[in-house]
Design a protein around this ligand. Structure first.
Ligand SMILES: [Zn+2]
Ligand SMILES: [Zn+2]
Length: 96
């Protein structure tokens, strides 16, 4: 067991086994994360250079000065709230 990095939320006690809130496929026991907005588990690649699905994103929230895990729908909401003036071209979602 590795200690979580400072600022990371401690993982929930129960390992999640199931379906991803975003794509509804079974979760990978390693490459998963807990969305801090909708409080659901989703696929997230935890290390580089591995084959795993990404159904969300990690970003640094300046309001709380912490790393935040968000599933894709919640991350999109965050982008809309954080950058409401950013014009979005149809079919071109913001890069993460
Ligand atoms: Zn997924
Ligand atoms: Zn979410």
């Amino acid at each position: 067991m590795q200690e979580p990095a400072p600022g990371f939320a401690p993982p929930p006690d129960e390992p999640a086994t199931g379906p991803c809130i975003v794509c509804d496929d079974p979760l990978d026991p390693v490459h998963q994360a807990f969305c801090s907005s909708c409080l659901q588990f989703f696929h997230l690649r935890m290390t580089e250079n591995v084959e795993a699905r990404d159904c969300g994103a990690i970003y640094f929230d300046e309001e709380t000065c912490s790393m935040v895990f968000n599933c894709n729908p919640c991350y999109a909401d965050y982008i809309e709230r954080a950058y409401p003036s950013t014009p979005r071209m149809p079919g071109h979602p913001p890069r993460r």
